[in-house]
Design a binder for this molecule. Sequence first.
Ligand code: AMP
Ligand code: MG
Length: 421
Amino acid sequence: MINKQPSCQDIFETGLMSVDEAKARIAALITPLSVAETCPVGQSRDRVLAADITAPFNVPPHDNSAVDGFAILSRDIPQQGRKKLAISDTLHAGDNRPCQLLPGHCIRIMTGAKIPSGADTVVMQEHVEQGDDYILIDGQHKTGDNIRRAGEDLRSGEIILPRGKCLTPPDIGLLASIGNGEISVKRKLRVAIASTGNEVFDIGQKPPENGIFDSNRYSLAAALDSPAIEIINLGIIKDDPEILQRQFQQASEYADVIISSGGVSVGEADHTKTALQACGQINFWKLAIKPGRPLAFGRLNQCLFFGLPGNPVAVMVTFYLFVKPALEQKLGIVLPRLAPTLQVKTLENIRKKPGRTEIVRGILQQMENGEWQVKTTGKQGSGILRSMSLANCFIVLEHERGMIKSGEKVTAQPFFGLFSS
Ligand code: AMP
Ligand code: MG
């Protein structure tokens, strides 16, 4: 009988690291970027703020009208019946001339116009009866109605955006509202990507028989596409330990993070770990997860290294599970994008072995009764990239779980938001 060696395909191999421990180990090794650069506000979407932003003045700068209507004195609101007020002036948004409201009068005012001195209330034009040069108002108004107060959006001196905020469209509007043309952001994170394998060829090349096209560098580049990231494309590297080592070493002099795919298993042509060991340190390389069991994590000097498996689905799963959160931490993002999960019924049995986390690709759908349920995308081999392309969620089957029966609840993590930078 052959005495079996532990293998990457071996389901019951002991000593595999749990997903949580691997995440903790990665997090412990990261020091966030500290270098900043200036960036025009109009180009700052998804960049990460390097310093707190403080409001230099009140927004809005003055009390102004929230509606088209009439500015009045609350003393003129009648206790009963109706009261006639003479229209003494008209104010548009942007008017700057001094304007005084006198008792018994009103001033026609447009949305955004500065409240004239003396006025303390605005009555909507739909709520008055209007004559040529007067209005009639009733008693259904309260002091302060329809006035937007100075500083009610941003108060002078307060921190309106914290350092580490990944800028969203409303954040950019906020920066523009205080007249900011340029801001200080974290410099771009430099991420090098490489594919490995003698059988792997790039688009445009003619692969020989048994050759395959490189999909990993393309899915990774697309997943990394963000204004906060500079991608350094190292191309396809042959299964040669010396070439791998040289390329990784060179890349680590510029890049903050290297992501390779392939060559992390225990085959004769799997040299990624050896190369990493020769010029850096391996932190771990075997995880209790499917797909994605061989994942080499470590560093070369200050550069983080993720040696992802070669199988295209494993690349995607491990990228979203381990690499993306690490990149966000490295960028110093204070509120990482949430990846919400749902507990939903599965429409089919799912095979599962306890002792490892399994990430199945699923389709989350709303049933006629309004309930959300999930089914798998079919064959789940880690080389079947279509299973990921067809999916709209991950079904996360936790470490201790065994076989799952149709109708049981499972954890679904929708892709919604996951693919945005
Ligand atoms: P490896 O981990 O290098 O043994 O690769 C595992 C499987 O993934 C093999 O079948 C490879 O041919 C395949 N593979 C590796 N790299 C790529 C790539 N860049 N694109 C598509 N498939 C790949
Ligand atoms: Mg390979």
